[in-house]
Ligand binder design. Structure first.
Ligand code: EPZ
Length: 420
């Protein structure tokens, strides 16, 4: 397995272009199952999760062609049974359920398991589909959904931790071809859901209210092919902003959208980081010194759980006590023990991590456990004295396009070491 060898202590300087958002591109690719006509999606990041979604769509019968950051998909004739092994491997693949139900009125898809960050149930996805009239059965590891007719309905999709991002997307994708009007209350407000709804509208759907907690979908007879450019990845942008601050550098982010980054920018400013708009770009540099801050993860427009690990890496460098509370995923603290190997002082108390920051970090071999944890470990390695070897780097390749190349362009000493 490949690893990244990071030689720390070099401030990052220069310009970086933010790629398209993985978490928008995945459901948008799945949405192409809703039409027999070709769809062209641009600014698709070149990531293992994206190629994986391509394989899943191919296994369902779609023609999927990648050309750089553009993917053309035509799902002329598809089947409704997903390959068990393929789908089981990636949690995000659950978003094929809604479009298959919408187009074919039936789908059989393997249940995504829990993962290292938490249990990850799909009860809210199924609640929404049941409200549209689908019959649901779980047997032998598969979820079977089918409906003779889908009928628009009013539903509430809030759960224990608030709305569900992929659940909202899935139910929207089933409802676009239902008869009548669907109203989703407590819908996820994440920009990735808005991007999906915009793509569906370009395909002929009638969706309004996206970006807010009430989304209204008026069903249509059929959808047609469309072209779309995926939004920039706000999590990648936040990761590079934090890496710049952690290394005491100065980095300009191109293509990132400030309107998607308010909660992150607000916390970083409170921590002493300077963030300025420069035309269409965002400039980030560390201020005179880092300050401890308290962070609680929340659904959008709150602080994203997908940036919790990275800001923790930064706060290990801020003298004083910071408290990070994780409210979305119960086990999303796997990076804590690895940060401790670099010298960080972090204690976990229930859903909170208490960080006594300010001690210098020093390099060590560490193990990535999930996508965002890996990004945090790379940031910590960039800020540490000496060499840090981040093992199991395939996690980072799931969600960051060419991260080592982009970091090297900013002056970082990062090498990919091929493993066996
Ligand atoms: C999406 O996952 C993202 N994945 C995650 O990104 C992200 O962390 C998460 O949203 C939250 O922002 C993709 O978009 C592919 P949720 P999703 O349903 O939609 C509970 C990354 O690093 N819940 O919004 O699966 C759930 O347990 C990743 O890129 C239910 O209770 O997350 C959690 O506590 C990892 N029942 C909360 O809701 C359900 O049916 C939010 O989960 C569904 C979810």
């Amino acid at each position: 397995m490949d690893s990244l060898l990071v030689k720390g202590g070099v401030p990052l300087h220069g310009d970086v272009t933010i790629s398209g958002a993985k978490n928008a591109a995945l459901p948008i690719m799945a949405a192409t199952l809703l039409t027999a006509e070709p769809c062209v999606i641009r600014r698709v990041p070149n990531l293992s999760d994206i190629r994986f979604m391509g394989q899943i769509l191919t296994s369902l019968g779609a023609d999927v062609r990648f050309d750089g950051n553009t993917v053309t998909i035509q799902a002329a004739k598809i089947k409704g049974v997903g390959d068990y092994e393929l789908i089981r491997k990636m949690r995000g693949s659950i978003c094929i359920l809604g479009p298959l139900l919408g187009r074919l009125r039936k789908a059989i898809v393997s249940l995504p398991g829990g993962c290292v960050i938490g249990a990850r149930p799909i009860d809210l996805h199924l609640k929404g589909m049941a409200a549209l009239g689908a019959k649901i059965k779980i047997a032998e590891g598969y979820v079977h959904v089918n409906a003779r007719k889908l009928k628009g309905a009013d539903m509430f999709l809030g759960g224990r931790a608030g709305p569900t991002v992929l659940g909202t997307g899935n139910v929207i994708m089933a409802a676009v071809l239902a008869e009548g009007v669907t109203i989703i209350e407590s819908a996820a407000c994440e920009p990735e859901v808005t991007d999906l709804a915009n793509f569906l509208n370009a395909m002929g759907a009638k969706i309004s209210g996206m970006g807010g907690p009430t989304i209204t979908i008026t069903g249509v007879e059929s959808l047609h092919g469309a072209e779309h450019e995926v939004i920039p990845d706000r999590i990648e942008a936040a990761t590079f902003a934090i890496a710049a601050a952690a290394t005491n550098g100065e980095v300009t982010l191109h293509g990132a959208r400030m309107d998607h980054l308010h909660a992150v920018a607000d916390k970083l400013r409170e921590a002493g980081v300077v963030i300025e708009r420069r035309g269409s770009a965002i400039k980030v540099k560390r201020g005179s010194c880092l300050k401890p801050v308290d962070v609680t993860t929340m659904p959008y427009s709150g602080f994203p759980t997908d940036v919790q690990a990275q800001i923790m890496a930064l706060l290990t460098l801020a003298p004083g006590i910071s408290i990070i509370t994780e409210r979305i995923f119960e086990s999303r603290f796997m990076h804590v023990s690895e940060l401790a190997r670099l010298g960080a002082d972090i204690a976990i108390e229930g859903p909170s991590a208490i960080i006594k920051g300010g001690k210098p970090l020093s390099g060590a071999p560490i193990m990535a456990s999930d996508l965002r944890a890996s990004a945090a470990l790379v940031i910590a390695g960039l800020a540490a004295r000496g060499a840090t070897q981040v093992n199991r780097v395939y996690h980072i390749d799931r969600g960051y396009e060419n991260i080592d190349g982009k970091l090297r362009k900013l002056g970082a000493r990062v090498e990919r070491v091929e493993g066996i």
